[in-house]
Write a protein that binds this ligand. Structure first.
Ligand SMILES: NC(=O)c1ccc[n+]([C@@H]2O[C@H](COP(=O)([O-])OP(=O)(O)OC[C@H]3O[C@@H](n4cnc5c(N)ncnc54)[C@H](OP(=O)(O)O)[C@@H]3O)[C@@H](O)[C@H]2O)c1
Length: 288
């Protein structure tokens, strides 16, 4: 069976990738940074700081994976570039050296969100946030160091067990614990973490190279997403305040809708929209 290395194995997506790949019988090596990893049959855990190119190279040279899925990142803070951009470059260089297939996780916020249509793989990055700039730089470094790698542009990742960051935030807004507005004019294509992990594993078995959009099939506003999540968790969404992203400073990308036709043609894993996922889990409740 294939030897798979997953960076950020303690993260939200990484932990599902680790669980799914171990259950499928992969020989899994997963890395962690600050969190103590769980004990799982068939999984070897290694500490790794992707800012250190020598440590990254040594980890890949000693474990000799056939495939690498690079999820480790940070979204903000003083180490944003060294972890999210340069770290991706170090992983790409090390994966190329041991001739491992590489799947790198990128984001839909590499766009400015001004297009009046869904973004395709041919659209060049045009970031307007520090995080978007870091991911755009990561994509470029990955492509330069490992030309046959894939950078997967994905959207908000959600799940139920445990709930993701956005769901926890939404539930705190709905209960009044956090005061915030959810935007009616900011669009994303949220993807269920189990669907994304399965799609990434399937993608790792293909020869696809370059950029690939993998997101959920439904385009929803942040506000619509919030009401769906609140209802799904049995909370009343009517207390969620609606707001306009257009009035925010600094500006935020408003339309990060991803066209997923290429991934749907390439992969057999269904990329369900949030309505279908909630329906399949008995969580699409009245008004959804
Ligand atoms: N979450 C979303 O909605 C979303 C949307 C679009 C794209 N993405 C992309 O999807 C990927 C996974 O996101 P996620 O939300 O699942 O991430 P996450 O839960 O925040 O996990 C981040 C992971 O990165 C590891 N990490 C942080 N700094 C590190 C370092 N210096 N060296 C090595 N590992 C380090 C963390 O390890 P420890 O926990 O052990 O410290 C953790 O395992 C990311 O690349 C992200 O850009 C996510």
């Amino acid at each position: 069976m294939s030897r798979l290395l997953i960076t950020g194995g303690t993260g939200y997506l990484g932990s599902v990738l680790v669980r799914q790949s171990a259950a499928l019988g992969y020989n899994v090596v997963a890395t962690y940074f600050t969190q103590a990893p769980p004990t799982l049959a068939g999984v070897t855990w290694l500490p790794l700081d992707v800012r250190d190119p020598h440590a990254v190279a040594a980890t890949l040279a000693s474990t000799r994976p056939d495939r690498v899925i690079h999820t480790a990142f940070q979204q903000s803070g003083p180490d944003l570039l060294s972890i999210t951009a340069h770290g991706a470059g170090h992983v790409a260089a090390a994966a190329a050296r041991v001739q491992a297939r590489l799947i790198h996780l990128s984001s839909d916020v590499i766009f400015d969100g001004e297009a009046q249509r869904a973004y395709t793989e041919d659209d060049p990055p045009a970031p307007i946030s520090a995080y978007g700039h870091a991911k755009a730089q990561a994509e470029a470094l990955v492509a330069a160091a490992h030309p046959s790698a894939v950078s997967v542009r994905t959207s908000l990742i959600y799940g139920f067990a445990p709930p993701d960051r956005i769901s926890r935030f939404t539930l705190d807004v709905a209960s009044g614990k956090i005061v915030a507005q959810l935007f009616t004019d900011e669009y994303r294509c949220p993807i269920y973490v189990e669907d994304l992990a399965a799609a990434l594993l399937e993608l790792s078995s293909t020869n696809y190279q370059g950029i690939l959009n993998i997101a959920g099939a439904d385009r929803v506003s942040r506000y619509q997403l919030g009401t769906l999540i609140a209802r799904a968790w049995g909370q009343d969404p009517s207390s969620i305040p609606a707001g306009l992203s257009a009035s925010q400073s600094p500006p935020r990308p408003r339309n990060c809708t991803l066209n997923i036709a290429r991934a749907q043609a390439l992969l057999s894993t269904p990329l369900r929209g949030i309505h279908a996922v909630l329906r399949d889990h008995g969580r699409l409740l009245d008004g959804g």
